[in-house]
Design a protein around this ligand. Structure first.
Ligand code: 13P
Ligand code: SF4
Length: 316
């Protein structure tokens, strides 16, 4: 089917089924076009909670669809490609986290959203790249267990200093995309684009983050680019993000930190599995539904709501 025909058919199906498509900022351009909302992990989780649609198609990697399912026990949530994993999510198991909880029984468990639902069910707080620093600062305990992203842990630590001890679990959780970025790439990009500001995702190594003009989640990058006086930006995150920036911040110029031919993982192989065709078929045939045991879904929802309450200043 031609692109226009797919778009029209998706529109028709969305109305017929009272469905909504939530698309992550890294989705390919065509998937962004058919999404009702595009955003970062936090924003999309909130959208999943507030939507009045009965059917949610989550165009992102599997842990994101699982999170939406946990937050919406009464809705049908579909994952267009349930095999779309994430190296961070795959790096932390229930058994390993349980071991850490036993070793540090008084330390709350703070988990990055990039984890499976069964691991998240053991969390006290669930954070995203846009909320991690704020949440960890607000937790009253002086030690927290945090996982699975080593780079995000190092970034949080660089901002909070010695005010808290962060126990990392696992010792070496990394995103296959961001962990490959380095100072030489930054130097080369700055030479190519001397007038551009550098925006970096906190899953990148701390040496790269130290060189950045702005560090934030994918949505925070969009807001920064919109409000900045600068006209040109180097973007140190997954390369699909350029689609979002170009759609949402017209009139400004965005360069990837590295191109795909220089660094194959500039495109997340898991995000790339979620294609227009799969999103369309998932909506049309209502596959693949994400089903979670109630005990897991309830625990994830509790931890997420506790985190929102903490962020909003209430007692969590
Ligand atoms: P954001 O929450 O910033 O969109 O990040 C999600 C992600 O998977 C980053 O690689
Ligand atoms: Fe996971 Fe990295 Fe892909 Fe994001 S970009 S989904 S953190 S592997």
């Amino acid at each position: 089917m031609e692109l226009d025909a797919v778009i029209n058919e998706v529109r028709r199906l969305k109305v017929e089924k009272n469905a909504v498509i939530l698309g992550h900022n890294y989705m390919e351009h065509a998937v962004q076009l058919i999404s009702d909302y595009t955003g970062d992990s936090y924003d999309l989780a909130l959208k999943a909670m507030s939507t009045r649609a009965e059917l949610i198609v989550f165009a992102g990697v599997f842990f994101m669809a699982e999170q939406a399912a946990a937050l919406n026990p009464d809705k049908k949530v579909l994952s267009p490609e349930p095999r779309a994993g994430c190296t961070l999510s795959d790096s932390l198991s229930v058994d390993e986290l349980r071991r850490y909880r036993e070793m540090y029984p008084n330390a709350p468990v703070v988990l990055y959203v990039n984890t499976s639902a069964s691991v998240k069910a053991l969390a006290d707080y669930i954070v995203t790249s846009s909320t991690a620093v704020k949440v960890i600062k607000k937790i009253p305990n002086d030690t927290v267990i945090f996982g699975p992203d080593l780079n995000l842990a190092n970034y949080v630590k660089s901002l909070i200093g010695n005010s808290k001890r962060i126990i990392k679990v696992p010792q070496n959780g990394r995103c296959i995309v961001h962990s490959g970025y380095n100072i030489d790439m930054v130097k080369a990009a700055r030479m190519r684009h001397p007038n551009a500001l550098l925006m970096a995702h906190p899953e990148s190594p701390i040496e790269v983050l130290k060189q950045a003009d702005f560090v934030g989640s994918t949505n925070q990058m969009i807001e920064y680019a919109k409000s900045s006086d600068a006209k040109e930006f180097i973007v140190a995150t997954e390369i699909g993000m350029l689609n979002s920036l170009r759609i949402k911040v017209p009139g400004k110029v965005f360069h990837p930190l590295v191109n795909l031919d220089e660094y194959g993982y500039a495109r997340c192989p898991y995000m790339a599995m979620v294609t227009l065709d799969k999103v369309y078929r998932s909506l049309r045939d209502e596959v693949h539904e994400v089903k979670l045991p109630k005990s897991i879904a309830d625990a994830v929802k509790d931890a997420f709501e506790r985190t929102i309450k903490l962020l909003e200043g209430g007692v969590a």
